[in-house]
Design a protein around this ligand. Structure first.
Ligand SMILES: [Zn+2]
Length: 97
């Protein structure tokens, strides 16, 4: 991307990027320039997406898989949002150690 003015008038949508989520593009807020929390690369997709398509399709590590299962269990537990947030932030603290 050598020419920044071209970049502004032609958004990253036109760039071949395997991290993009083309299925989001038709939706409102579906063409946001996002940064992947995993690999740090830019990609285009729905504005709330935090993971590029490349990282989203990577197989989970055993730790990530366990976290995902815990999250799933908590989300379907019927607990109120405040309790969920407390548990999840405590969970994150513990995982950092
Ligand atoms: Zn990524």
């Amino acid at each position: 991307m050598s020419n920044t003015s071209t970049f502004k008038t032609k958004p990253i949508l036109t760039v071949e990027n395997p991290g993009n989520w083309p299925e989001d593009f038709a939706h409102e807020n579906g063409q946001y320039l996002c940064r992947c929390h995993d690999c740090g690369e830019n990609f285009t997709g729905y504005k709330r997406r935090v993971t590029c398509k490349v990282c989203a399709s990577k197989p989970l590590t055993p730790d990530q898989e366990r976290d995902a299962l815990w999250c799933q269990a908590l989300m379907s537990s019927g607990l109120d949002l405040e309790t969920l947030n407390t548990i999840l932030s405590r969970f994150k603290e513990l995982r950092r150690k």
